[in-house]
Design a protein around this ligand. Sequence first.
Ligand SMILES: NC(=O)c1ccc[n+]([C@@H]2O[C@H](COP(=O)([O-])OP(=O)(O)OC[C@H]3O[C@@H](n4cnc5c(N)ncnc54)[C@H](O)[C@@H]3O)[C@@H](O)[C@H]2O)c1
Length: 384
Amino acid sequence: MKKMRAGIIGVGFIGTAHIEALRRLGYVDVVALAAARDAERKAAALYVPKGYADYRKMIDDENLDAVHICTPNRMHFEMAMYAMEKGVNVLCEKPLAVTAEEAKKLRDYALQHNIVSAVNFNLRFNPQVVQMKEMVKAGDVGKIYSVHGSYLQDWLFYDTDYSWRLDTELSGPSCAFADIGSHWIDMVENIIEQKATEVFADFETVHKTRKKPLKPVDTYSGMALRPEDYQEFNINVEDQCTVLFHFDGGAKGVCTISQVFAGRKNQTVISISGSKCSLHWDSETGNELWSGRRENYNQQIVKDPSILYEETKKVISYPGGHAEGFPDTHKQSFAKFYQAVSDKDISVCDFATFEAGYREMLLCEKICESAKTRQWVRIGRKEL
Ligand SMILES: NC(=O)c1ccc[n+]([C@@H]2O[C@H](COP(=O)([O-])OP(=O)(O)OC[C@H]3O[C@@H](n4cnc5c(N)ncnc54)[C@H](O)[C@@H]3O)[C@@H](O)[C@H]2O)c1
């Protein structure tokens, strides 16, 4: 593969993680970044050759193979569209946009213009998530009866915790589900190879007002506590929710998503019940996968490339006993994306393209509708 040229837009929490993961690949040079504030200083601090105050100028000047969009959700649409109109491949953070309509436009443009597009549903590439998918595919689990689980965090636990994710102007109509529930349902649909057809959601806003800092604060970077540093802000999005799912292959599902769950920093749980065995994966012990049986011993399956399925081995970089986790999933996600950029082909890719990004936006809209109407809502096939 030739060396690739990447530009990063937004270097808060996740943009910085993108830079690190790309450097681990070795064949992608991060040649420039764009930042809303102090672009040159941020570029120097991250050892990136150039910092741009305007992402458009970076795209126009840098002859990029791909741009990574790592800004708040509201900006994703215009940035992705601008890059694609200049013929640049796009890897956008999730959620792809703030409405399904925007996401559909992005998907259609990418398809029509042969742009390699990706949405960073990186957790798909945790080795044990891939192993669960491969076990279901191989028939080891049998017919899927049900899936349940959760995605829990506590960084919005106090009313003094604030993020742009709580502002519908920047985030869109959902906070907890769009932010982390989207990862859970993306993984589940991908593992069981079934699509949700109906959803029933119960949303809750634990803190109806929060103390919003008067200066911008990057995600996870801490919070101002003095009264002169914040203003009271009304919250119109959920910080916790529960969603029921019906899947097209007959499975039933339920998840609890919360960003106000004390002590759980970033825990994802997926439990699958099948006609042959059950599977249980907890990201806090993410290198292990539990398999349960009625008639035999239960098993603890460890992340060891020498004993796992072929597809699982492809997303493992280290031998058994050497932990892999969140940063590694980005590396694996980007490796697949840049392979597709090199091949100019997404026909066989297993990363989330803008198609998956659009689907997730549609699901999110239906989930918000269900929470509002307190009814089951269908996801029509025609909408996809
Ligand atoms: N895949 C994952 O695991 C994962 C994890 C965290 C965040 N995300 C997603 O990544 C995106 C960013 O989240 P974050 O946590 O890094 O947020 P953040 O607030 O920490 O960082 C966002 C950055 O974007 C910058 N920015 C805003 N407008 C800009 C502009 N016009 N040009 C350039 N930079 C601009 C901000 O100054 C800030 O530094 C969100 O869409 C979020 O959902 C994904």
